[in-house]
Design a protein around this ligand. Sequence first.
Ligand SMILES: Cc1cc2nc3c(=O)[nH]c(=O)nc-3n(C[C@H](O)[C@H](O)[C@H](O)COP(=O)(O)OP(=O)(O)OC[C@H]3O[C@@H](n4cnc5c(N)ncnc54)[C@H](O)[C@@H]3O)c2cc1C
Ligand SMILES: *[C@@H]1O[C@H](CO)[C@@H](O)[C@H](O)[C@H]1NC(C)=O
Ligand SMILES: *[C@@H]1O[C@H](CO)[C@@H](O)[C@H](O)[C@H]1NC(C)=O
Ligand SMILES: *[C@@H]1O[C@H](CO)[C@@H](O)[C@H](O)[C@H]1NC(C)=O
Ligand SMILES: *[C@@H]1O[C@H](CO)[C@@H](O)[C@H](O)[C@H]1NC(C)=O
Ligand SMILES: *[C@@H]1O[C@H](CO)[C@@H](O)[C@H](O)[C@H]1NC(C)=O
Ligand SMILES: *[C@@H]1O[C@H](CO)[C@@H](O)[C@H](O)[C@H]1NC(C)=O
Ligand SMILES: *[C@@H]1O[C@H](CO)[C@@H](O)[C@H](O)[C@H]1NC(C)=O
Ligand SMILES: *[C@@H]1O[C@H](CO)[C@@H](O)[C@H](O)[C@H]1NC(C)=O
Ligand SMILES: *[C@@H]1O[C@H](CO)[C@@H](O)[C@H](O)[C@H]1NC(C)=O
Ligand SMILES: *[C@@H]1O[C@H](CO)[C@@H](O)[C@H](O)[C@H]1NC(C)=O
Length: 537
Amino acid sequence: MELLLSVIHGHGLLAAFIFLLVNLSPSSSLSQGNGLPRMTSNIKEVLGKSFDYIVVGGGTAGCPLAATLSEKFSVLLIERGGSPYENPTLLDKKYFGFPFLQTDEFSSVAQRFISEDGVPNLRGRVLGGTSTINAGFYSRASADFIKRVGWDEKLVKEAYEWVESKIVFKPLLTKWSSAVMSALLEAGILPFNGFSWDHVAGTKIGGTVFDSDRKRHISADLLERGNSSNIVVLLNATVKNIVFQRDGNKSAVRGIRFIKSNGSINQTYEAYLSQPENSSQHGDVILSAGALGSPQILLLSGIGPRGHLQTFSIPLLLDLKGVGQDMQDNPGIPLIIRAKPEYRLPEPPQVVGIAKDFKFIVEGFVLPVSFNATTLMRVSIKLAFPESKGKLELNSTDPRQNPVVLFNYLAEEKDLRECVQMVQLVKKVARSRSIARFLGTKPRINVTSNPNELRNFCRKNVRTYYHFHGGCSIGSVIDRDYRVIGVKGLRVLDGSTLSESPGTNPMATLLMLGRYQGIKILKERENGSAFGSQQHP
Ligand SMILES: Cc1cc2nc3c(=O)[nH]c(=O)nc-3n(C[C@H](O)[C@H](O)[C@H](O)COP(=O)(O)OP(=O)(O)OC[C@H]3O[C@@H](n4cnc5c(N)ncnc54)[C@H](O)[C@@H]3O)c2cc1C
Ligand SMILES: *[C@@H]1O[C@H](CO)[C@@H](O)[C@H](O)[C@H]1NC(C)=O
Ligand SMILES: *[C@@H]1O[C@H](CO)[C@@H](O)[C@H](O)[C@H]1NC(C)=O
Ligand SMILES: *[C@@H]1O[C@H](CO)[C@@H](O)[C@H](O)[C@H]1NC(C)=O
Ligand SMILES: *[C@@H]1O[C@H](CO)[C@@H](O)[C@H](O)[C@H]1NC(C)=O
Ligand SMILES: *[C@@H]1O[C@H](CO)[C@@H](O)[C@H](O)[C@H]1NC(C)=O
Ligand SMILES: *[C@@H]1O[C@H](CO)[C@@H](O)[C@H](O)[C@H]1NC(C)=O
Ligand SMILES: *[C@@H]1O[C@H](CO)[C@@H](O)[C@H](O)[C@H]1NC(C)=O
Ligand SMILES: *[C@@H]1O[C@H](CO)[C@@H](O)[C@H](O)[C@H]1NC(C)=O
Ligand SMILES: *[C@@H]1O[C@H](CO)[C@@H](O)[C@H](O)[C@H]1NC(C)=O
Ligand SMILES: *[C@@H]1O[C@H](CO)[C@@H](O)[C@H](O)[C@H]1NC(C)=O
């Protein structure tokens, strides 16, 4: 399946990358961008203090949520990684994909994990979360999805627009993206819908977080939209668990316990929720630590399946069997094309093909495979509605260690059958005349056409599209207001709450959801119904 043309050599890019890394003196790490809230790694600034809301994880959903809550309330946003604003290479499109090449156990901005399926995967460990390292393709959820989850359509639209007006752009199509676009049309993924945020069948140009100066915009930019004097951002601090108190016969959240991300697991610190006299004035700890992080923190806090918590001697707070269940990832099949030197710049996707009744999503992108600018072009396809599900469990009581995740890719017969169909489609795209014309040679894609062999091909070549989700599902872990069932003052809001990856890609909807639920919480507080009363069962 590999098309070998020529491998690029060059040291320029490596030199630039190293220069920029070396140039970042640690002492500059606390300088601020325009309009951003106070950021600190100094634990003393929050130790023992109280806030109306504590948002755990300064990622894709966490930043818009914290910004929105800060319009009326004091907010602590706590993030295990550092600030991306100190590292210009991170926000430069030229270096898209470079963080994936440089991962370590405790400090790299991209944290690697390998699911039990054996498929390597990634998540962000930096302010902005995975939006700081991802491919930045922006596409809204379908109207159908929004109906199914029961969100308020008007508020959803306003929340998408709030995000888009600040950090989303219309891409200038590169030659490669134009070639991919033609290839999608040639493969019959029709109609052509031009530029659109919407989830519409056919081929379209989507939004991007990269602006015309090749600068990446991230969820954390949205913090500028909040009241910065009401937010404290604590960086390089990893939340270990939630601190509880009794409230009648229910457990209520008192605050959080955390460690320095590079410190000892035994040296812990705490910060608290404000304790107003009137309990309807009470805020929440909101976990926005991602599909791996949020279920992990619940488990470390004693909220999860009893038997599993016993294995790690974690005192049980609440036997909530759904925590860590229903983990899903969309099976993806990448066809790889080695590129000529003139195409050596890494390129995120700009166009997408949405085929076969929204079942298959095709994109093309260029990723670096080394710091010396060796890139691989890929045409990649994902299965949008897989049935196979897996689970997440702890592997350690250290919150910095990855939990154990199993996605069970293609375990269900239907997923395998659909994988065979989608390989046939992506092959058509990769073998199109448009791609051949772009490459100046006919691509040789060595993929069998025998359906039985294709089943094996699928099993062997299944990869992630990086849209994994689940672990804190609505109905089993949280209610429709994203409150953890059976605990007061605790919510979850991020990719762990999704039962499918919405739209073509989930980032847009997670950014939107942070804003949307923030507004809902503000309105709820105006009504004076936040804490204790009017809860869903
Ligand atoms: C390589 C890659 C490419 C992708 N490309 C696209 C794309 O082009 N378009 C798209 O729509 N989607 C894309 N995605 C998917 C999308 O980026 C993610 O689904 C989304 O960003 C997840 O958002 P989240 O808020 O759930 O979690 P995150 O954004 O990951 O945020 C979680 C945050 O919590 C922090 N955290 C975790 N645990 C703790 C703890 N214990 N204490 C403190 N902080 C903690 C993390 O450091 C992180 O900042 C891509 C993903 C990857 C990995
Ligand atoms: C570029 O990197 C690749 C993979 O790391 C390596 O095999 C190759 O020798 C490098 N080329 C040069 C010119 O350094
Ligand atoms: C925060 O962590 C990052 C990543 O490990 C590191 O580069 C940075 O220097 C740290 N900042 C502080 C102030 O500790
Ligand atoms: C921001 O918050 C501060 C402190 O609570 C308050 O004094 C100020 O009026 C707020 N600004 C806006 C624009 O709401
Ligand atoms: C909890 O206490 C309240 C009043 O204190 C009572 O009405 C309710 O039945 C109790 N619930 C449970 C589950 O014990
Ligand atoms: C953690 O990082 C801080 C700031 O960068 C540094 O001062 C401290 O020595 C580090 N601690 C450890 C244990 O590495
Ligand atoms: C933390 O404490 C435990 C038990 O008290 C001890 O076994 C362990 O070595 C300590 N770890 C570190 C990193 O200090
Ligand atoms: C679980 O922990 C063990 C021991 O530290 C380690 O060898 C293994 O790789 C971990 N598994 C995962 C999935 O991280
Ligand atoms: C294609 O791949 C198959 C199996 O991997 C291999 O046996 C065959 O020789 C390859 N054909 C070409 C033309 O490379
Ligand atoms: C606020 O109260 C009004 C009137 O009771 C109700 O219609 C509305 O749904 C409430 N809004 C929220 C967010 O609770
Ligand atoms: C608590 O606050 C709400 C909203 O401000 C108010 O409607 C309610 O009367 C207060 N209750 C008490 C007991 O003070």
